[in-house]
Design a protein around this ligand. Structure first.
Ligand SMILES: Nc1ncnc2c1ncn2[C@@H]1O[C@H](COP(=O)(O)OP(=O)(O)O)[C@@H](O)[C@H]1O
Ligand SMILES: [Mg+2]
Length: 259
């Protein structure tokens, strides 16, 4: 459903030129929880921002359901982008708006009528178990609760894809686990395809069915975690597959979207 073809991003500054993403091709299928893992500076955030055209690629194409986002007229691109939601490491909630107003915000932009907005806000907050926080302000919430609000907001427009940039990196282990459980729920129960950028192998092990490893702007390998015959070529790839013949695996695999 999501297809990147030889995508590149060069940041040009006054006296510097950074090739943040180099020649990345990848395919995300409907229903995937696709992890993109790599060290800091590998180009993961740059890459995920190209997937909804938050940033424009310098080269290559980004296709969603066969339609090229890079050469769509702007009205069509705006409409298409409503089916691609995103959450961030630091939540990006609007601090002077209530939880309800935060979740409602994308619906206001999309000009949903008031009654429908209210219904959707309730529906989305109940998915993440935060209906009781409708009138609270973000400052009164824990990090985990803030990210749950961000997930609710991301679900408001009923997206087909959810992009996540380090969604648990600012959270304690318990809240991280909770967020991963909600992402799994969104994937399984609402049928939302998920792309997660992370530097944490535990996230990939917990919920991803496919993974791509990024190094210095390039996607150096991609594999399905269920493919037992796959021979990894990177250190991260080897670490991600080292448990697959042990009993540890049954526990991990039972959590994965696809065994
Ligand atoms: N907006 C930007 N302008 C200039 N350089 C950038 C910008 N965003 C990212 N970079 C550079 O691109 C490279 C990859 O960064 P990033 O995509 O944030 O990596 P990661 O998310 O894997 O840590 C880094 O060298 C970073 O400094
Ligand atoms: Mg990043």
């Amino acid at each position: 459903m999501f297809e990147l073809d030889k995508v590149g991003k060069i940041y040009e500054m006054r006296n510097e030129r950074v090739e943040a993403v180099i020649d990345v091709s990848l395919k995300v299928s409907e229903g995937d929880i696709f992890g993109i893992i790599g060290f800091s500076g590998a180009g993961k955030s740059s890459l995920i921002r190209l997937m909804n055209l938050l940033d424009r690629p310098t080269s290559g194409s980004v296709r969603l359901k066969g339609r090229d986002l890079t050469d769509m007229p702007s009205a069509e691109l705006r409409a298409t982008r409503q089916s691609i939601a995103m959450i961030f490491q630091h939540f990006n909630l609007i601090n002077n708006k209530t939880v309800s107003a935060n979740v409602s915000f994308p619906l206001e932009i999309a000009r949903f009528p008031h009654a429908e907005r209210e219904a959707r806000v309730r529906e989305c907050l109940s998915i993440v178990g935060l209906l009781d926080k409708l009138h609270a302000y973000p400052a009164t919430l824990s990090g985990g609760q803030k990210q749950r609000v961000a997930i609710a907001r991301a679900m408001a427009n009923r997206p087909s894809v959810l992009l996540c940039d380090e969604p648990t990196s600012a959270l304690d282990p318990h809240s991280s686990q909770e967020i991963l459980d909600f992402l799994l729920k969104v994937n399984r129960e609402l049928g939302v395809t998920i792309v997660i950028v992370t530097h944490q192998m535990s996230i990939v092990n917990e919920i991803c069915n496919k993974v791509g490893v990024m190094e210095a702007g390039r996607l150096v390998e991609t594999f399905s975690l269920a493919n037992r015959a796959y021979q990894p070529v990177t250190d991260i790839g080897r670490l991600l597959t080292r448990h697959r013949d042990s009993s540890f695996n049954t526990q991990v695999e039972s959590r994965r979207a696809y065994a």
